[in-house]
Design a binder for this molecule. Structure first.
Ligand SMILES: [Zn+2]
Length: 101
């Protein structure tokens, strides 16, 4: 495919580009590593707004780190993000454009 080092990018899934994967078996579809249940902090895009959601239950490949989401969890992330106007906490993040230096 490419030699630009994008291989690791898939581990950092984001709904922004629709690449979140749902778990179909307890085996990673990329490296055949075993998938273990974990709770993670998810960066979830909902209607153009980024919402950080803690303690999201996912499956994580023990070998490559790929995350797998149950379809019901993805629906719940949307529902939680919809209510995020009343979030207890807010953070500001830098936004920059990628450029070669
Ligand atoms: Zn894997």
């Amino acid at each position: 495919m490419s030699n630009l080092g994008f291989g690791e990018a898939k581990n950092n899934n984001s709904l922004r580009d629709g690449t979140r994967r749902t778990l179909r078996a307890n085996q990673c579809e990329y490296c055949t590593g075993a998938i273990q249940p974990k709770k993670v902090t998810a960066e979830h895009w909902y209607e153009g707004t980024l919402v950080i959601i803690r303690d999201v239950p996912v499956g994580v490949c023990g070998t490559c780190g790929e995350r797998y989401y149950e379809a019901s969890t993805l629906e719940q992330l949307d529902a939680i993000a919809r209510e995020s106007e009343s979030a207890q906490e807010r953070m500001s993040v830098p936004v920059v454009t990628f450029a070669l230096s």
